[in-house]
Ligand binder design. Structure first.
Ligand code: DKA
Length: 136
C-alpha cells in the first residue's frame, strides 16, 4: 500500500529540538523562530534513487534534491555548508549524513502502516525526535 516516503507529512510532535540546535551552534533568535515552526515535508521520488524533500514553514522553505548514495553540497536550514549523503539503510529507513562542522545524522523511519515517520536528528550526542503524520 502506501509504504513509501512519497507524500505530504505534517509534524505532530518534537522533543529536544532546542538542545539539538544549541549543539549545532544555532543563535538564540533562530532557535526561537525554528521552535515555533510546525513544518510540512513534501517528499517526492523521481525514480533511479532521485528524491526531492521540500520542508515548508512560515519562516522559510527548504528544498533538498539528492540521489541516494551520491554525495552533494548542502546548505542546511540554519546556514551550514555540508557534504551530504542520503542512503536507504533499510526498507523505510532513510539516513541523511551531513559531513561538516559539526557532523549531523538525520534519520527518517517510516512506521509499518506507512501513515507516519519518526525523524531523529543527532549532533554531538544530542538527539531530537520529531514525529510526522501523513496528510497527503
Ligand atoms: C525538520 O525538518 C527539521 C528542520 C526544521 C527547520 C525549521 C526552520 C528553521 C529555520 C531556521 O523537522
Amino acid at each position: 500500500v502506501m509504504s513509501t516516503f512519497e507524500g505530504k507529512w505534517q509534524m505532530t510532535s518534537s522533543e529536544n529540538f532546542d538542545a539539538y540546535m544549541k549543539a549545532l551552534g544555532t543563535s538564540f533568535l533562530v532557535r526561537k523562530a525554528a521552535a515555533a515552526a510546525t513544518p510540512v515535508q513534501d517528499i517526492r521520488c523521481h525514480g533511479n534513487g532521485r528524491y526531492t524533500i521540500v520542508t515548508i514553514t512560515s519562516i522559510k522553505t527548504i528544498e533538498l534534491n539528492f540521489t541516494l548514495d551520491e554525495e552533494f553540497d548542502e546548505t542546511t536550514a540554519d546556514g551550514r555548508q555540508a557534504k551530504s549523503v542520503v542512503t536507504m539503510a533499510a526498507p523505510g529507513k532513510l539516513v541523511h549524513q551531513q559531513r561538516g562542522q559539526p557532523e549531523v545524522i538525520i534519520t527518517r523511519q517510516l512506521e509499518p502502516d506507512g501513515q507516519g515517520f519518526v525523524m531523529t536528528l543527532e549532533c554531538k550526542g544530542v538527539t531530537c525526535v520529531r514525529r510526522y503524520k501523513r496528510i497527503g
